[in-house]
Ligand binder design. Sequence first.
Ligand code: GTP
Length: 388
Amino acid sequence: MRLLHSPLFRHIIATNTCLCHSKTPPNHICKQWRAVSTALNQHIQDLSGSEQTLLNKLYAGLIGGHRASLAESITLVETQHLRKKELAQVLLQRVLAFRREQESHNGGKPVAFRVGLSGPPGAGKSSFIEVVGKILTGRGHKVSVLAVDPSSCTTGGSLMGDKTRMTELSRDMNAFIRPSPTSGTLGGVTRTTNEAIVLCEGAGYDVILVETVGVGQSEFAVADMVDMFVLLIPPAGGDELQGIKRGIIERADLVVVTKSDGDLVVPARRIQAEYTSAMKLLRRQSRSWNPKVVRASSHSVEGISEVWDEMRSYQQVMLASGELQGRRRAQQKVWMWTLIQENVLAHFRHHPAVREALPQLEERVTRGDISPGLASDLLLKSFLSSSS
Ligand SMILES: Nc1nc2c(ncn2[C@@H]2O[C@H](COP(=O)(O)OP(=O)(O)OP(=O)(O)O)[C@@H](O)[C@H]2O)c(=O)[nH]1
């Protein structure tokens, strides 16, 4: 029996079709959805009884806001196991349908606010998240903190996960902290983080903080998955700040100069002034929001509430102008293409014809016998001729 006939899959179709009908969409939208459903049906074999039980249990627990179910669901999307990956997609599809329903009750607007936080090592990110997180849970928000650790992708080590971080927040029942997956490519980690965001939102978390350290490409990956991107800069000068890439400053919707307390207030003010004038010269990213540079201290808590107020006004302005929703739509496409690139490249690399020809061609390219362009053309040719 194919998945199409399984109760769970019928539920997915029913949930989506009913949402589809509730807005009386044009015929072609329904046709497209039917095509997607058929593709999903072909993609996933029928679920066994135990798989259905597992998914039903996870879904109910997740929607009920149980942290253990959320943690287990994220583990499912992080898995490398092929079958479990398929189960994760079925679960995600259900959670997405649930979220769309919530959004339709919210006037079509996203219910959760996704904020990316980045900065050089030691900038004070975890201290900042701990303090902001506690303030937010104190005000009745449910906060989840996800991490994207670039070092886990290259060395299998960790820039962020090894030490105990955010000890108080991790004990807070209205907070959920999930460290970065410990291995995989940046694309893989990005995918699972994107999916973890969806799961956290399904579990009722209305503020999602995605933290990364300002090394490699992870900052750009995070900027592409959030509503607002915040850069945290320590009040140090010279060399320490040179590591901050111009490209990422351009992506910042807000810059927070951290540790603005005691002797560090003076350098923090100087950095604030420098960044304020530098940012005036940068290309504007939004027509409704001007990025700001503010100072805060996690130790004295001075300025922290104001930072959150800035974040909220950003959210309100961007929602009102529709830019936030537009960003999310564009991000979905970027995310899809990143996954396509990664999958296609992996398929290419593992293809028998490519694997056979590769060592010799690499050797000839490094010797300078043939150009890299010719080698790639030849590889592509052998890939295509043996794929057709
Ligand atoms: N004076 C002062 N020090 C701070 C403040 N926030 C953090 N620090 C100190 O800065 C150091 C780094 O803080 P973390 O919060 O661990 O910084 P991080 O950016 O998360 O660091 P990584 O985990 O290495 O990426 C610690 O020694 C903190 O005590 C602050 O508001 N004022």
